[in-house]
Design a protein around this ligand. Structure first.
Ligand SMILES: [Zn+2]
Length: 231
């Protein structure tokens, strides 16, 4: 039986870094994968946000996300326009409403999203909004069975100061067969990839997949933290 899978990511490229190989596996199994991206990207580079000034780059980024979704085999990627790296300027309830709308539309059995202890503020808010939007309340029109946090290089492992909460993976997906497509998808986001030893580099992405694989007796894996599972 096929499942509906929803990836709720803060920024374009998080869906690839967090679970690109896992998306490919779901698609191969016959699942329907959908991607919702909450923030628009790029405008964090400016001291004062003006998305009109960055329209061309934002459109290019959206085009790249659509190509990535096609390459991974996802059915649809939808975009929202929360301010990049400034989502703490938005009331949480407004983010929750957007997440609820995506859940109503795509009716996911499984959600992959951010970890709430990430350094990046948009990742934290996304994780909080998903947790709020998926409260298991009786009588809800749609019930999400499984929710997983993924890790994002340059954010999850850079949360040094948070002594009380860390990403502890307990769910591993073998991506040995899909790692090549993940790297190809990442290459479509040219502007988001840096040179090694930056964590958002091809080498670091491959290295992390090997480390996560070795934790689970696999050659390459994506690692997740199970937030909740209800069967
Ligand atoms: Zn991000």
């Amino acid at each position: 039986m096929s499942d509906n899978i929803l990836i709720i990511a803060a920024h374009p490229d998080d869906e690839v870094l967090g679970c690109g190989g896992t998306i490919v596996r779901h698609v191969c199994k016959g699942d329907n994968c959908y991607i919702t991206i909450l923030a628009e990207g790029i405008t964090a580079r400016d001291n004062i946000r003006n998305s009109d000034n960055r329209k061309l780059e934002l459109d290019t980024l959206k085009g790249q996300s659509k190509k990535v979704a096609r390459l991974l085999g996802a059915h649809e990627v939808e975009f929202n326009s929360f301010p990049d790296n400034r989502m703490d300027s938005i009331n949480l309830i407004d983010v929750v409403k957007v997440v609820e709308k995506a859940i109503d539309k795509f009716r996911p059995d499984i959600i992959y999203t951010h970890h709430y202890a990430d350094l990046n503020i948009d990742h934290q808010i996304t994780a909080k909004a998903v947790e709020t939007a998926t409260r298991p309340i009786i009588g809800k029109t749609h019930f999400v069975s499984e929710i997983y946090s993924f890790e994002i290089l340059s954010s999850t492992e850079w949360s040094f100061a948070n002594q009380h909460c860390h990403f502890h993976p307990n769910y591993f997906v073998d991506i040995n067969e899909s790692l090549e497509i993940k790297i190809e998808a990442l290459s479509l986001y040219r502007s988001e990839v840096n040179d090694f030893p930056h964590p958002r580099s091809y080498e670091a992405v491959v290295n992390l997949s090997k480390i996560r694989g070795s934790q689970a007796g696999l050659y390459a894996a994506e690692a997740f933290s199970l937030i909740r599972k209800i069967i």
